[in-house]
Design a binder for this molecule. Structure first.
Ligand code: SF4
Ligand code: SF4
Length: 111
């Protein structure tokens, strides 16, 4: 994979993990749309569709592994803001593998 943002042709993490966060994010500067969430506990919400045996966030548009976008990108919750391609823990590549996508190569080390 060369150059560009690998997430634009992936979306695997949006269709693999439960995306849960503190309920207050719907009232924070993020303004996560409450209508696209579902409760998972007294204090936490999840993006609707991600708390399922075969998760897929309702805000994910497009086809995983081909071309995707987040319909609430400017208002996405904190787990989505914090999640990184090339994350050290390998969560990105675990999600990709679950969708039959090859692992991302490590990014070049900055000089
Ligand atoms: S799994 Fe990794 S490459 Fe795919 S969209 Fe998520 S962060 Fe991006
Ligand atoms: S809110 Fe957007 S970035 Fe977060 S899981 Fe859903 S589609 Fe992906």
């Amino acid at each position: 994979m060369s150059g560009g943002n690998p997430c634009l042709s992936c979306g695997a993490c949006c269709a693999f993990f439960r995306v849960s966060f503190y309920w207050g994010e719907v009232h924070s500067d993020f303004a996560v749309p409450e209508a696209l969430t579902e409760p998972v506990s007294y204090t936490r919400l999840a993006m609707a569709g991600t708390n399922q045996p075969s998760p897929r966030c309702v805000a994910l548009e497009g086809e995983v592994g081909t071309c995707v976008s987040c319909s609430i990108y400017e208002n996405r919750p904190s787990p989505c803001r914090d999640f990184e391609a090339h994350d050290p823990g390998g969560a990105c590549n675990r999600a990709r593998a679950a969708h039959g996508l090859p692992p991302l190569e490590e990014p070049p080390i900055a000089a």
